[in-house]
Design a protein around this ligand. Structure first.
Ligand code: MN
Length: 332
């Protein structure tokens, strides 16, 4: 039987990463180019937050930005997008995390538009793909995102940064980052940031952004002393459980102060019964940490992945010690 009910699809949605300037800025540029609404997610909540889209008959276009896939969620992700493609939802996936070639192929087979380059941050790729629909301010925001993802030296990223004053971009990127990191428990504020950036506001034009950044800087200074006190060192890495700040804010201090080539910081996520783990490698680290952490976190019953020198994982609470031991052993 042929259904005569014709659904009118009108919704444009961008799902993006909420934890850093690259994710927030990607969402802002998509919003400036296409309008629509943003759904901001972290890795543990990513698939749960996307699930309602599967049955959303109004959905017309979906953009997924700055969200790497891992062995645990890649199957579910492809399945969800397959369902959407069967309803002719236009889907675009834009990212720069390490991704299995097989998954890229599967996405292209179902005609998802895949924009994937591990050498440029996501916002720079969004800017490059849709610059005809974006203004100069968006080029600036993309340059800021490149800075915070350590990718301002790449071909496209460096070209965008050249347009602007370097110090102005550095301070804007940093203030934006501190406002994002400090508002992780305030989803409305993060959406407000996306709106403001999409309306071409600079970070310094957002009320109280510099004052808020100063508070974050003071907190970070306090973390340095805590890391010195509580960090533990193994043969190939330094690690620490973080109790009262974000793991990603502390992990660079663990790396730096441990004197090792790999630093690990983890923080309990009581809502999921897991530890959110951040891993960073020094310039001398030759192992691709994103790939290694993807494998080890999966073996520990969790998930993870990311870049060669910066990545993250979710690890079930009871397996965290084993995960760290295996990581230390694998680095040997
Ligand atoms: Mn990114």
């Amino acid at each position: 039987m042929v259904s005569t009910k014709k659904s009118i699809k009108t919704k444009i949605v961008c799902v993006s990463h909420e934890e850093d300037a690259d994710g927030i800025s990607s969402a802002a540029l998509i919003k400036q180019a296409f309008g629509g609404t943003s759904i901001l997610v972290d890795y543990p909540g990513m698939m749960d937050s996307m699930k309602p889209l599967e049955s959303d008959q109004k959905l017309k276009e979906l953009y997924v930005c700055d969200l790497g896939l891992n062995k645990k969620n890649e199957r579910e992700f492809v399945d969800l997008l397959t369902t959407l493609r069967k309803r002719s939802v236009k889907v675009t996936y834009i990212d720069h995390h390490d991704l299995d070639k097989k998954i890229i192929k599967q996405l292209e087979e179902i005609k998802v538009k895949v924009i994937h380059d591990i050498n440029e941050c996501t916002t720079v790729q969004v800017y490059n793909a849709y610059k005809k629909k974006l203004n100069d301010h968006s080029a600036f925001i993309a340059a800021c995102a490149a800075i915070t993802d350590y990718m301002e030296d790449r071909p496209l990223g460096s070209k965008l940064l050249q347009i602007f004053d370097r110090q102005f971009a550095l301070i804007s990127a940093t203030v934006l980052t501190y406002n994002i990191v400090g508002h992780q428990n305030d989803p409305d504020y993060l959406l407000y940031l996306v709106d403001e950036l999409s309306e071409s506001k600079y970070p310094h034009e957002i009320p109280n952004s510099y004052e808020f950044a100063q508070i974050q800087v003071e907190k970070l200074a306090a973390i340095i002393s805590k890391v010195k006190e509580s960090m533990k060192v193994m043969k190939n890495l330094g690690y620490m459980e973080i109790l009262d700040s974000g793991a990603s804010g502390a992990v660079n201090f663990v790396l730096g102060l441990s004197g090792k080539d790999v630093g690990v910081a983890y923080k309990e996520r009581t809502d999921y019964g897991i530890y959110a783990v951040s891993v960073r490698g020094s310039k001398a680290c030759k192992v691709h940490l994103g790939k290694l952490v993807n494998k080890l976190a999966t073996e520990a019953g969790g998930s993870g992945g990311g870049h060669d020198k910066a990545c993250g994982a979710s690890v079930p609470k009871e397996n965290i010690k084993k995960f760290i031991k295996n990581l230390n052993d694998s680095l040997g």
